[in-house]
Each structure stands twice: as structure tokens, then as C-alpha cells.
Design a protein around this ligand. Structure first.
Ligand SMILES: Nc1ncnc2c1ncn2[C@@H]1O[C@H](COP(=O)(O)OP(=O)(O)OP(=O)(O)O)[C@@H](O)[C@H]1O
Ligand SMILES: [Mg+2]
Length: 307
């Protein structure tokens, strides 16, 4: 199947001269949940804005469901729902009017049954006659999602969907996003909650300084870059790692009281038994040991800083 979104050689230089996207290539597969991760200012919103036709590219091409976003803008845009990072709704309109109007903008015939379904899914049905200004922040965010879904898009962009959303509601939103994927909607989300990507995404893309530095299946990424660390709390502090252990991936804490041993989760042979034997023969005693596995967060921080 061809990618549902294809970005090729995309460049964005803002009027200020700042180059926010640098020759970026990215394909999004039909039906996947793709998490775009990157530090503040990396270019996530810029990329999404271009795909959704809110900002103009300086160079490069983008197609959405086969439609060029510049030459075939209306067709491309009709396939896309966008939940923007910044809330933007008319405070004095009701929830129902807002969502209904949004559907109309895409030239779709009214469909109260569809709107009722999404408002119920988002627990907004009881609020349908409330003015937006009378809603809480989390409810406003859900209205933005309802708006984005009003015209039955095949592709949904969620730019920081759960910023400022409480834990319970966040779980509900994850549930809803999964439900949408089951209905065949392709979802691209950005988030600063790495656990959200870890929980939800099929694939992860990492963007930094306007460049995609990695795209990988989540499970493969965690397997490949995942590390385990064994920490030994020593009985007596060491001044340095013993010479006979110098070849091993060991580091000593600053106070000399903890010895850290890094190993690969992929590796068949961890080397731990050799390490323990060698420590024993050197007379290095430890009083406690613990292991920890890296999370997607560790991997992400390592990637962005190691660039
Ligand atoms: N309209 C604009 N004019 C000039 N520079 C801009 C404009 N919009 C964004 N930028 C710059 O482009 C870079 C990327 O911004 P963008 O909003 O895409 O980042 P982001 O990855 O979405 O960050 P965040 O995680 O904070 O939302 C930043 O350095 C930002 O200052
Ligand atoms: Mg952003």
C-alpha cells in the first residue's frame, strides 16, 4: 500500500530567515499511529501546519491520500482532521454549533447522527448546548477533537492532544484514538509525554532541529536501543575501576560507591557472571545490586543529546 502521507524534500524557512525544516522526508503508513517526538522548537508544529495547509512550504512536496497539498489542496485537506496545539474556537458558540459548522466548512452535508456519535464518544453530549467559554480546559480540548472529526477524515493529526488533560481523561483519549485506528483512521500525534508514545504508537519518528533523526517501529526501537544497567553498591568505595575489568563496559560513580555495568537487552550473553567472578577474585565486595531497563524516554533523551 502506498503511504497515506508522503513528505519529500520539505524545507521551511520562515520570513525571519530561520530554517525550521531542513530537507525533510517522511512517509506515514495507512492505518498506523505515528508518534512524532522532538524537543520544543524542533519543527513538529511547522511540519503539521504545512501538511494541513496552514503554512506554506519553502521547498518540497507533500501528498495526503494521493493528493498534492498545494495543487490539490481541497481534496487533500478534506482527508485530514487537525487538532491544533493552540486552542482556537469561538468562545461564544455552543459545542454543537461549533462542530456542525466545522463539518460544513468541508462541504459535507449535515449529519447529526455522526456528530452525536463523536460527541458521545468524547463525553461531550451533555455539553452540546453549552457555550465553549463555559467549558473547562480539558473539555475545550475535546471539542477541538470533535471538530477535527466532524468531516470524517481518514487522517487525524493530534498536536499535543493531552497537554493539560488529567490522567483519567488522557486514558479515555488514548482509548478513543485506538478506536479510531480500528475504524481505519491514520493517526499522527506529537507529545511530550513519552509514555504516551510508548503506550500508543506503532512507529516513532524523532525530529530535532528541523531534521528527522530517526524513524522506527516502536518495538524494534526499544529492543535495539534499549539498554539494561546493573548497579552494584560496593561495600568499600573504589578509587577507580580495577585494571582487569577495564575492558568491560563499566563506570564508577563519583563517590566510588557504585559500579554500573551496561549491557544490551538484545545480547544473548550479558557477561554478568564473568563480571561477578572477576569482582570476587579482585576482592571487591558489594552489598546490594539492582537492574534497570531503559524506557523510551531514556532512548529519546539519548538520541536528541547524542546528535
Ligand atoms: N511564524 C514563525 N515565524 C518564525 N519562526 C517560527 C514561526 N513559527 C515557528 N517558528 C520557529 O520554528 C521553530 C520550530 O517551531 P515549531 O512550532 O514547529 O516547534 P515544535 O516542535 O512544534 O515545538 P513545541 O514542542 O514547543 O510545540 C522554532 O524555532 C520556532 O521559533
Ligand atoms: Mg508544537
Amino acid at each position: 500500500m502506498p503511504p497515506i502521507i508522503s513528505v519529500q524534500g520539505l524545507n521551511k524557512t520562515y520570513a525571519s530567515g530561520f530554517e525550521a525544516l531542513k530537507n525533510l522526508d517522511l512517509d506515514i503508513n495507512t492505518g498506523e499511529i505515528f508518534a512524532l517526538l522532538g524537543p520544543n522548537g524542533a519543527g513538529k508544529t511547522t511540519l503539521i501546519s504545512i501538511i494541513c495547509g496552514i503554512a506554506n512550504p519553502t521547498r518540497g512536496t507533500v501528498t495526503a491520500d494521493g493528493h498534492d497539498i498545494l495543487t490539490d489542496f481541497r481534496q487533500a485537506r478534506a482527508k485530514i482532521g487537525l487538532v491544533p496545539q493552540e486552542l482556537a474556537t469561538d468562545a461564544f458558540e455552543t459545542v454543537w454549533a461549533t462542530v456542525n459548522f466545522s463539518r460544513g466548512l468541508f462541504g459535507k452535508a449535515p449529519n447529526p447522527a455522526h456528530l452525536e456519535k463523536i460527541l458521545r464518544q468524547l463525553s461531550l453530549w451533555d455539553k452540546r448546548n453549552s457555550k465553549i467559554k463555559a467549558l473547562s480546559g480539558g473539555m475545550k480540548r475535546r471539542v477541538m477533537i470533535a471538530k477535527a472529526l466532524s468531516h470524517e477524515p481518514k487522517i487525524l493529526f493530534l498536536d499535543e492532544p493531552t497537554a493539560g488533560v488529567d490522567v483519567e481523561l488522557r486514558r479515555d483519549m488514548w482509548e478513543m484514538v485506538r478506536g479510531l485506528r480500528e475504524q481505519g483512521v491514520t493517526i499522527i500525534l506529537t507529545t511530550h509525554y513519552i509514555e504516551e508514545a510508548e503506550e500508543m504508537a506503532d512507529r516513532i519518528g524523532v525530529i530535532s532541529n528541523g531534521e528527522i533523526i530517526l524513524v522506527e517501529e516502536k518495538t524494534a526501537l526499544m529492543r535495539k536501543l534499549g539498554k539494561k544497567q546493573l548497579t552494584l553498591s560496593l561495600r568499600e568505595p573504589l578509587a577507580n575501576v580495577p585494571d582487569s575489568l577495564a575492558a568491560m563496559p563499566l563506570t564508577l560513580s563519583e563517590d566510588g560507591r557504585e559500579l554500573n555495568y551496561n549491557f544490551d537487552t538484545e545480547q544473548e550473553h550479558s557477561g554478568i557472571s564473568e563480571l561477578l567472578k572477576e569482582l570476587d577474585s579482585q576482592g571487591v565486595e558489594f552489598r546490594d545490586l539492582r537492574t534497570r531497563e531503559s524506557s523510551l524516554e531514556d532512548i529519546f533523551v539519548g538520541l536528541v543529546h547524542g546528535q
